[in-house]
Design a protein around this ligand. Structure first.
Ligand code: PLP
Length: 411
């Protein structure tokens, strides 16, 4: 713990919380500990550290370092810092967003259980839910994302099919339709139904700066830290935040599955966290200008962006309860279908034709044939993933340069 406490703003605490420079010769930044194993001072220490790690003994001391798959200085400092963004009791960091999601679901679900989830959801998550969890006798039950999702979950939980739902998994806003699902409303529905289901929210698209699901009743908030948290498109990582009890349960699985984040990537993320707020705020300002430009372009049929919803709409009402900013990911549909969409993708010069999102550079892609190509056609059209839909993750470039680039590509 830092001697300045945790009452200051997260962006202030990213520069010192969880690390004491006098542990490491006064080094202002935490050094990188590239070691797989740690020396015990005594055999008695080794015995106690294992008992605590295996949950056989409570300890009010910090867990002693044993072996880097279980814990290591980088993981511990990063987790201390990360949890502050959602005011969570505990955070856990993983080798990828998928490692965070799969380890969490494997820890929470037992054979016979079910996971209800909103669609569309990230393709990798959908694949794990639909095609892999059934191998463990865990059913996956989809419901449409958006304002009607809580009602659909209420009906599901009241039906025989909904018996055994252990997790309600919500991605909000959804990718690539950017539709918000009410987090607090979903939690109320679960509680009112008498179900013991846990609400897990994928907060990759807006979090942790513009949306904090735990404050709105989510039991766990999961992330692809590859996106905004890492922020530079140079690492793959994931995170989960929540109560100490749930994170400890998940960490047992992380230790045995070996899905933890490596020390070097933790170190990279600590560096990224120092600029997280200014990056996300600046990217969101730039994205709003780009969205306004696209909204007025005659070649653009519609813009799907939290900042483009109609005032007074149900989406706007959800946003009011849980968003403090619109973020920097949007989708837009061009007139002229796939041919025109591909023309735009092939003509951009400032934006990068590549998948992923949340990096400092603007990324542009075609969900129907790229990130969401695994979805079946009916579901795709139900979710508005059309031939002409393009997804754009706005970076830190000058908005005028991005708008000029899109203008020449759309011309
Ligand atoms: C919303 C969302 N969740 C999870 C993931 C998976 O994260 P990762 O690629 O870090 O495994 C992604 C990846 O694109 C994503 O967009």
């Amino acid at each position: 713990m830092s001697e300045i406490g945790t009452s200051l703003a997260p962006e202030t605490l990213m520069m010192r919380h969880g690390y004491n420079p006098w542990w490491s010769e006064g080094a202002v930044k935490p050094p990188l500990f590239l070691t797989s194993t740690f020396l015990f001072k005594t055999a008695e220490d080794g015995e106690e550290f294992f008992q605590v790690a295996l949950g056989k003994k409570e300890s009010n001391k910090t867990q002693g370092l044993i072996y880097s798959r279980l814990n290591n200085p980088e993981l511990e400092i990063l987790e201390e810092r990360l949890k502050l963004w959602e005011d969570a009791e505990k955070a856990s960091v993983f080798a990828s967003g998928m490692a965070a999601i799969t380890t969490t679901l494997l820890a929470l679900c037992k054979p016979g259980d079910a996971v209800a989830y909103t669609v569309p959801v990230y393709g990798g998550t959908a694949h794990f839910l639909k095609d892999m969890l059934p191998q463990f006798n865990v059913r996956a039950l989809p419901v449409a994302a958006g304002e009607d999702a809580p009602g659909a979950i209420a009906r599901l939980l009241a039906s025989p099919e909904g018996a055994g739902v252990k997790v309600v998994f919500v991605e909000t806003p959804s990718n690539p339709s950017l539709e918000s699902t009410g987090i607090s409303e979903m939690r109320e529905i679960i509680d009112r139904s008498g179900s013991k289901a846990l609400l897990v929210v994928d907060n990759t698209m807006l979090g942790p700066v513009f949306q904090q699901p735990i404050r709105h009743g989510a039991h766990l908030s999961v992330y692809s830290a590859t996106k905004f948290i890492g922020g530079h498109s140079d690492l793959i990582a994931g995170a989960v935040m929540g109560s100490a009890a749930l994170i400890s349960e998940i960490n047992v699985y992380r230790s045995f599955l070996g899905t933890m984040c490596s020390p070097f990537v933790c170190w990279q993320i600590m560096r990224s966290l120092e600029t997280l707020k200014i990056r996300m705020e600046s990217q969101a300002r730039c994205a709003l200008e780009v969205a306004r430009y696209l909204e007025g372009h005659p070649g653009v049929q519609k813009v799907l962006y939290p900042g483009s919803v109609k005032p007074g709409s149900r989406q706007a009402a959800i946003q009011k309860t849980q968003l403090s900013g619109f973020g920097s990911v949007m989708s837009f549909e061009v007139r002229g279908g796939k041919k025109k969409a591909f023309e735009v993708l092939n003509r951009v010069k400032v934006a990068h034709l590549a998948v992923s999102l949340g990096g400092t550079e603007t990324l542009i892609e075609h969900p129907k044939t790229m990130t969401h190509s695994e979805m079946d056609d009916a579901l795709m059209s139900q979710c508005g993933i059309t031939d002409g839909l393009i997804r754009l993750s706005v970076g830190l470039e000058n908005p005028a340069d991005l708008i000029a680039d899109l203008a020449q590509a759309l011309a």
